[in-house]
Design a protein around this ligand. Sequence first.
Ligand code: SF4
Ligand code: SF4
Length: 443
Amino acid sequence: MIATFPTSKKEIVDRIFRAGVVGAGGAGFPTHLKATAKADTVIANGCECEPLIQSDRYVLTVHFEEVLEGLRLMMIATGASRGLVAIREGQQLEALEDAVGKDRSIELIRVPDTYPAGDEHILVYEATGRIVPQGGIPPDVAVVVSNVNTLLNVSRAMSGGSVTKRILSICGDIVKPCLTEAPIGMAINDLLEVTGNRVDLEQKAVLISGVMMGELCDDPTRPIDKRTSAIVILPRDNRVVMAKALPLGTMVRRAASVCCQCRLCTELCPRHLMGHAISPHRIMRAVAWMTDYKDDLAGALLCSGCGLCGIYVCPMGLSPDRISFAVRTRLLERGIRAEPAEAKARPLRASRLVPHERILSRTGVGKYEQELDFVGVQRPAVVRIPLGQHSGKAAVPRVRPGDKVIEGDIIGEPEDPRFGAVVHASVSGVVAAVDDHVTIESR
Ligand code: SF4
Ligand code: SF4
C-alpha cells in the first residue's frame, strides 16, 4: 500500500517511531532519530556492496515506489530539497529509473562498483563530494543516508504498518539460493530447512548479513532480526571463514610474529583514504608489541569494520580488521570517543579503490554468485523476537507468558525513545516465554 503523506515533521517522526523502524543495513540505528536531523540531501542507499547478497536490489525492483515514497518522507522530515537514489555502476533497474525520471526532486546516481561502496562515509563522498569528518556522521555535512529497506519500512509506517518482517537473501554454498521474506524472530535453521537448504554445520559455516562484514554464527537456532540482510553459507575451509574463526589471542600472536609493517593495510583502508587518522598497520604494531601508544590505538575508533584490510589486503594472512575492531570496541566500552576532525581525501584514493570483482575472487565466493528468485513469505510455527535488535538500549517487554497477540501488536518499548526502538509481534499467537527475547507460538 502506498502511504498518504503526513505533512509535518513531527507526525512523520512519530509514525516512524511507533512502527519500530531501524536501519536495515547494519547497526540498526533507530530511524526516528535520524529523521530528526536537519539536512539538504537524503540518500537512499541501494549500493549493497557485500558479495552474493541481492536483498536491496530486489526491493528496488519490486518495491521501488514505496522506497521513493520513504525517501520523500525523509526529505520532508529533514528539510532536504534533494533526494538521491544510489546504486552501483552496472546495475540495471529500468522501472526504478523510469519512476525517478518523473520526480524532479529525486535523482538516480551510480557510484563506482567498488568495496565498500555502501559505507555511509564513502557513499556521501561519491554522491556529493562532501567528506564526513572523522568521528562524525553524515548529518555533520547536511546529509542523511538510509538503506532502501529502511525507506520501504518508513513508507509502510505512514499507513500504520510496523516492522514485523525482513526481506533477506539466503545464499552461498547451498542447493537452493533464494530471496525470501521472513517474520522477525524466525530461527536460521528453520529458514534453511523450509527453503530446502538444510546444511551440515560440521562442514559449513553460517555468516549473518555478509561475507565481508558478517559475523560467524555458531548457533543455528539464532533468530533473524530487523538488521539481518542475508544468511550466507560457506564451506568451513573457505579462507574468510577460517580467518573469522580464529580466536583473538591467536591473531595477536600471529601479528607479533609475522606482521612486516608493509603498510598495505593502511594504504588501502577506505577510511584512511578519506583522510581519517586511522592506520591499521600502526594499530597492529601497538597491539602486537603491547605498546600503549595512544595515537596509534585511538585510530581504531575510526574503523568501520569493513573487513577489507584483513580479508582482501594483508599478504601475510593477518587480521588487522578484526584487531582494529576489537580495539575500537574496548575503547568505546571505556567511554573513549573519537576526536572529531575535518578530513581531506588522499590524492591517490581513486587509484586505490577495490573493484567488486576482485572481492569476489579473493574471498573465493564468486562461484556462488547467481540470480536469486523470491520464494515467498515464510510462516514459522514459532518465533523468538529479540528485544535488543537496534543500537541503544533493549526494549522493555510489554507482554507476559500466556498473552494472546496479533501480528503488529507492541511487545516491547524503549524506556526512553532517544535510546531505543519499539518491538512488535511478528506473528499472531500466544506468548510462550519472555526473557531478552519474546517467544511467540503461532496460532
Ligand atoms: S598488511 Fe598485514 S603485514 Fe602489512 S602491515 Fe598490515 S597487517 Fe602487517
Ligand atoms: S576494517 Fe580495516 S580497512 Fe576497514 S576501516 Fe577498519 S582498518 Fe580500515
